[in-house]
Design a protein around this ligand. Structure first.
Ligand SMILES: NC(=O)c1ccc[n+]([C@@H]2O[C@H](COP(=O)([O-])OP(=O)(O)OC[C@H]3O[C@@H](n4cnc5c(N)ncnc54)[C@H](OP(=O)(O)O)[C@@H]3O)[C@@H](O)[C@H]2O)c1
Ligand SMILES: *[C@@H]1O[C@H](CO)[C@@H](O)[C@H](O)[C@H]1NC(C)=O
Length: 296
């Protein structure tokens, strides 16, 4: 797959444009795919990109859109996760060689039996489905990519615990647990890396990150760069997990944010990036201090 022709589903959203621009920069031929009846009022497809509007409920329409493509990359948001199964069927029928599902976050292979796994059940089912289909159809392959937290918005979302306006930081347990975080540009480059290394990445769930960091490391850098101390608000992961599980029991999927923070930051969580594929993908880790400086 050295010269790759590929279709990107949901490429006009939050993450999508970063992936599309890296694919285009790498010289790959890209077609954007958007839903018929899309409610995304601000699609950010880059100028000049060939974009096809497709009925995601139609096998035939998807198959037609995927015909002639070597790969399909899905960057659909949460409401579109389940729609990927029909897209997988259509990709196989169209002779597509590689499907990259919309993962780009938590390593969903590790959370099947946990409360956070309930929120991610759709993603887990899609990767299970890909595994099954790749066994049935030699020649069809997939790659799942875990990236950890998007780092670009880490100060806005509060998922790092840091509140720059209030000059506070909510530290979970000791604050020393390492976690996985990626910039969106890094994720785009990782997708290019997968397509440029098709053999090493075939039928695998792999991980990458810009950083392998702890809350305390991040706080030290922010304090040094701003010359201001952040007041520490301690939080126990046990309490936060309970809050998340209570929300989940009421069907409130906003539980994800609480469960995610425990997943990332709790002492002993063990969800730091393991077996990084950075080297296979030809991607270095990034300089945390420099990136934080650019985001402050
Ligand atoms: N690690 C992190 O911190 C983090 C943060 C955010 C997201 N993510 C993950 O990154 C991936 C992309 O997320 P995102 O924030 O970029 O998503 P997004 O902007 O919310 O949505 C991306 C695109 O999905 C399509 N879409 C929306 N509803 C759909 C539906 N019902 N059926 C089919 N497609 C639909 C839309 O494209 P069209 O309207 O053009 O069809 C939309 O522009 C997801 O897997 C998400 O979980 C990770
Ligand atoms: C990230 O840090 C954890 C904890 O120290 C370690 O186990 C893991 O190997 C590190 N990952 C990488 C890719 O350096």
């Amino acid at each position: 797959m050295v010269s790759v022709t590929l279709a990107v589903l949901g490429g006009g959203g939050n993450l999508g444009p970063w992936i599309v621009s890296e694919l285009v920069s790498a010289g790959l031929s890209v077609t954007g795919v958007t839903r018929e009846g899309s409610t995304n009022s601000t699609p950010k497809f880059q100028e000049g990109l060939d974009v096809k509007t497709v009925n995601y409920n139609s096998f035939d329409a998807l198959k037609e859109a995927f015909t002639g493509q070597d790969a399909v990359v899905s960057v659909v948001g949460a409401p579109g996760i389940n729609a990927q199964k029909l897209a997988v069927d259509a990709a196989i029928a169209a002779g597509v060689q590689r499907f990259i599902p919309s993962e780009f976050g938590v390593n969903t292979r590790r959370v099947r039996d946990q409360p956070i796994g309930k929120v991610l059940a759709g993603k887990i089912a899609v990767v299970d489905y890909l595994q099954e289909k790749a066994k049935e159809h030699p020649g069809f392959t997939w790659t799942g990519l875990t990236t950890g937290l998007f780092f670009d918005s880490v100060f806005k979302l509060g998922s790092s615990g840091i509140n720059l306006q209030e000059k506070t930081v909510t530290i979970i347990d000791s604050g020393n647990e390492k976690w996985q975080a990626s910039r969106k540009s890094h994720i785009g480059k990782a997708v290019v890396g997968i397509l440029k290394h098709p053999e090493e990445t075939a039928n695998k769930y792999i991980g990458t990150a810009s950083f392998n960091l702890s809350q305390n490391e991040l706080v030290a850098i922010v304090e040094e760069l701003t010359g201001q101390k952040l007041a520490v608000i301690p939080q126990s992961s046990k309490d936060l997990q309970k809050v998340g599980e209570e929300k989940l029991a009421q069907g409130d999927y906003r539980a994800f944010v609480d469960l995610l923070r425990v997943h990332l930051h709790a002492d002993g969580a063990g969800n730091a990036l393991q077996d990084a594929a950075n080297e296979v993908l030809g991607l270095p880790f990034e300089d945390l201090r420099e990136v934080v400086k650019s985001l402050l």
